[in-house]
Design a protein around this ligand. Sequence first.
Ligand code: COA
Ligand code: AMP
Length: 636
Amino acid sequence: MSGRYAEVYNRSLDDPEGFWGEAARAIDWIRPWDHVLDDSRAPLFRWFAGGQLNTCWNALDRHVAAGRGEQVALIHDRPITNTVVTYTYRELLDLTARFAGLLAAQGVGKGDRVILYMPMVAEAVVAMLACARLGAIHSVVFGGFAARELATRLDDAKPKVVVSASCGIEGARVIPYKPLLDSAIDQAAHKPTCCIILQRPQEQAPLKPGRDIDWTEAETATPHDCVPVAATDPLYILYTSGTTGQPKGVVRDNGGHAVALKWTMEHFYGLKPGEVFWAASDVGWVVGHSYIVYGPLLHGATTVLYEGKPVGTPDASVYWRVISQHKVAMLFTAPTALRAIKREDPEGLLLKGYDLSHFRQLYLAGERSDSDTLRWAEAHLKVPVIDNWWQTETGWPVAGNPVGLGLMPVKHGSVTRPLPGWDVRVLDGQGHEVPAGTLGAVTIRLPLPPGALPTLWNAEERFIRSYLSEYPGFYQTSDAGYVDEDGYLFIMARTDDIINVAGHRLSTGAMEEVLAGHPDVAECAVIGVHDALKGQLPLGFLVLKAGVTRGHETIVAEVVQRVREVIGPVAAFRQALVVERLPKTRSGKILRATMQKIADQEAWAMPATIDDPAVLEEIGAALTTAGFGRKTIWNQ
Ligand code: COA
Ligand code: AMP
């Protein structure tokens, strides 16, 4: 094997304390840790227990103190209004310290929660870092979620303050945020004491006297210093889809997170401080947290915050324009974004004329990379295209091709090998490791490395039940896959009801809860069907209550609207079929996996436990009538 991978990987597992203790030297500590790894509550582990630091200090102040004050820290590129605004480390520090002052004046202190419901603006980054500066815990909620989802998070996180904006810019559309925020607060039992609203020129939001204040008040606030926090104190909560409508509040701590992310910038990406890194994601997702905000800034790099789409803002050349204009060294995006570009510019003609000489690597994650897309990107960009696999829970890539340790040969379809710190094992149903090439449950032997979730917010029991119980001693990823003879990992599918729509993680269980709430629906199921652009799309099946005579089209339109209102447009739920019955096992479990295989025209076997085989035939016929399961549709 080329490079230092094998040596570094083995060391990380043989001597995790030595390995991560050394990595931690790249971070400024206020007080050193007592233990690199505290295993006194195994299977719950804590990294750098007893240590104190401040994440914002490490992301901003230390770079200014070290002479990077005039280097650009953040480039905000908004193609739709043709604007680029840059912020140096000194400017970002000043804005952050003042905003921390404003938050503190509203009573926010160490351990308090602050929800951020923000579009892709520099102020979102400022607000995250300001919370970190105070030791407050931020929880960013993605803008594509509806008011009800925001309300659920308000009730779980119980924030003192909410930071939001008057609107987001989605492609060419202006989406008002404030009505969603007001509605969420009305629906939630927990009420924040204050909302700080960024008024954007595209939309002025009315402020509620006594509760809402204008972001501009930060301009006159007293700058606030960094507050020391324990390495094990939470930095943020990021809610992600679980198997029910109740999202999981993934907790990230301060110490392990800073150490791990800083380590990845050098050893996984091979990025140098001062270079430009672009994660074309959203601050509402884990990729945004780790690689728009914290990773690049902890490393003293320049990060690009892009408020646009891969196509249509204005066209499919925009990624190449951004890379060339800002001298981007590395781009991180989802395969779906490349598929969108490829669809509009299959020959890559729009690349011509752009100077991509600074561009060294493309990273793809969030969903399985199909080999067509990989090949297209390799052929046109002529740089390594690195598929990497991770989850909101893990915080940073579990597997990938580590440029910083020496690139390994690429195998399309594989996410290469586990990265240092991650002891990936593929297990069968009994918890035994399977032979090379055999599909099984992808798990990670405990302890997980620094930066992975230590628990779920206010739900330790759910954390243990969801992730640590099925395979004692291992973390269950809920992904299925296999390792080949060369140790390369292949991630094939989720084993639960999570689907991946345009790189967005969604729970079909949550959608079923919404569908089941419709007064005419007796029973329902939602599956993810293959989509050439978005990877998967949700498809609903509705069994109506006896005696319902209203038109099916009306009912379908109503459930579509309902999902949009309850979960949000990001669910991309647009299609549902009305059927007579749902296929079930004799014990009453709906056979969703088989339905999905039929819809996607995959090989499927009649489940031995099926109650009535005729129902699957009915479902197949309904899918065919609706145009699903026909190759001609999917190949278009
Ligand atoms: N705020 C408000 N609404 C949002 C939103 C946000 N931040 N993000 C998405 N939405 C809305 C969209 O406007 C759309 O609404 P519509 O139904 O009214 O048209 C809906 O949610 C679905 O959005 P999306 O899935 O993004 O579809 P799209 O057709 O607008 O764009 C792609 C398709 C492929 C261009 C787009 O999904 C994309 O760029 N994907 C990259 C994925 C990514 O970055 N993932 C992050 C993980 S790395
Ligand atoms: P999220 O928590 O939103 O990051 O989604 C995590 C899930 O996305 C994983 O559990 C996988 O199912 C899927 N995923 C992420 N990256 C990849 C990848 N490179 N290949 C295959 N699936 C991926």
